[in-house]
Design a protein around this ligand. Structure first.
Ligand SMILES: Cc1cc2nc3c(=O)[nH]c(=O)nc-3n(C[C@H](O)[C@H](O)[C@H](O)COP(=O)(O)O)c2cc1C
Length: 358
């Protein structure tokens, strides 16, 4: 029934749909629900410890007999210099004063760890069927160990050049992440945000350039989007934002309220929340200090000084400093259980493709 079965055959899932990993707003509960609905569930592991990742995969294995994807970041850590920290604190000083916060008080550093030997051991032990990376790939030795453990490897590309780079290093499928996508841009061979192609332009060009299956991501939130992705040459889709309002996600009450009110023009690509370009619902900080600012320190350090502001504002029911990552199709999201949503997405995509085929 699906016009291209390469991803279904590779992942051995019921549908060619990947629930996107979404660090900070989901855990095993959403993975389990999406997998029960027939998707490949992805566990975001960039903001949790190896112990927590182990526990979460254990929960998933207990509850559902389905393949699982563990997702990691693989950025090169950059030290935060005193100058960069001082410049950012200076930029935020007015907000600290407004919230009665002491800028000299010690704060916990932002926690986005790249894939390393400790996580590699977890992968070797748990043997998830799929491992996905964001921001490129880990060093050759670690990548070799992941493959030797029998895991399929996939990673995001935001340009044709990145897709070809990933294929040359042996990935089993490429996620073509268009500019509409929520969350961090997976870009790793470029830092030129204005040049990032949209999903409609990127997917067919990546499909022409690589032999491995292409997973379209960015702005896909219903059956129409899935059918379009297949028409453009994709073998499957990775969907994030459309799952954010599911009861199984960990989006806060304030976040849910904000997501229920968004429109097609509510999101921007910004670097002020973490130091790396990411798309999210525009908030006060993005409006006033960004969306892109040279004062934001490198990833993930921008998030550190925002911690106390985020907490203070959220206490008052505001999301002024909250990174509510979401893509341009977020307004198409619905508040339905993730298993039901997954089945609806597949069913409506198939119906749409059938209708188009006449
Ligand atoms: C809230 C949120 C968090 C995200 N976190 C991650 C992550 O931890 N790892 C990752 O590889 N991608 C992450 N992404 C990007 C997704 O993998 C994917 O590219 C994106 O959700 C697709 O676009 P869509 O949101 O329009 O469906 C995140 C996206 C969102 C919306």
């Amino acid at each position: 029934m699906w016009p291209d079965r390469r991803l279904i055959d590779l992942f051995k899932t019921e549908f060619p749909i990947v629930l996107a990993p979404m660090a900070g707003v989901m855990d095993a509960e959403l993975v389990i629900a999406a997998a029960q609905g027939g998707a490949l569930g992805s566990l975001p592991s960039a903001m949790i410890s190896p112990e927590k990742a182990r526990e979460q995969v254990g929960l998933i294995r207990q509850r559902v007999k389905a393949p699982v994807n563990m997702n990691f970041f693989c950025h090169t850590p950059v030290e935060l210099t005193r100058e960069a920290e001082a410049r950012w604190k200076q930029r935020l000083a007015g907000y600290y004063a407004e919230h009665g916060l002491d800028p000299a008080a010690p704060i916990a550093a932002a926690n986005r760890a790249p894939f390393d030997a400790a996580f590699c051991e977890v992968v070797e032990e748990l043997k998830p069927e799929v491992v996905s990376f964001h921001f490129g790939l880990p060093e050759q030795a670690l990548l070799g160990r992941v493959k030797a453990a029998g895991c399929l490897v996939i990673s995001s590309a935001t340009t044709v050049k990145e897709a070809v780079w990933l294929e040359q290093r042996g990935v089993d499928a490429v996620i073509a992440q268009g500019a509409e996508a929520g969350g961090h841009r997976g870009m790793f061979l470029t830092d030129k945000i204005a040049e990032q192609p949209g999903t409609f332009a990127l997917v067919p060009q990546v499909a022409d350039a690589v032999k491995v299956p292409v997973i379209a991501a960015g702005g896909i939130a219903d059956g129409r989007g899935i059918a379009a992705a297949f028409a453009l040459g994709a073998s499957g889709v990775q969907i994030g934002s459309a799952y954010l309002r599911c009861p199984e996600s960990k989006v806060s009450a304030g976040g849910r309220k904000a997501l229920a009110e968004v429109g097609d023009d509510s999101t921007v690509i910004t670097n002020v929340m973490t130091g790396r370009p990411a798309r999210g619902v525009q908030n006060r900080l993005m409006r006033e200090a960004g969306p892109v600012s040279p004062d934001a320190p490198p990833f993930p350090h921008a998030a550190t000084a925002l911690g106390p502001l985020k907490a203070a504002a959220e206490k008052q029911g505001r999301v002024d400093f909250t990174n509510l990552w979401a893509g341009q199709a977020i307004a198409l999201g619905r508040e339905v259980p993730a298993a039901e949503l997954t089945r609806d997405l597949a069913k409506s995509a198939l119906a749409r493709m059938k209708a188009l085929a006449g």
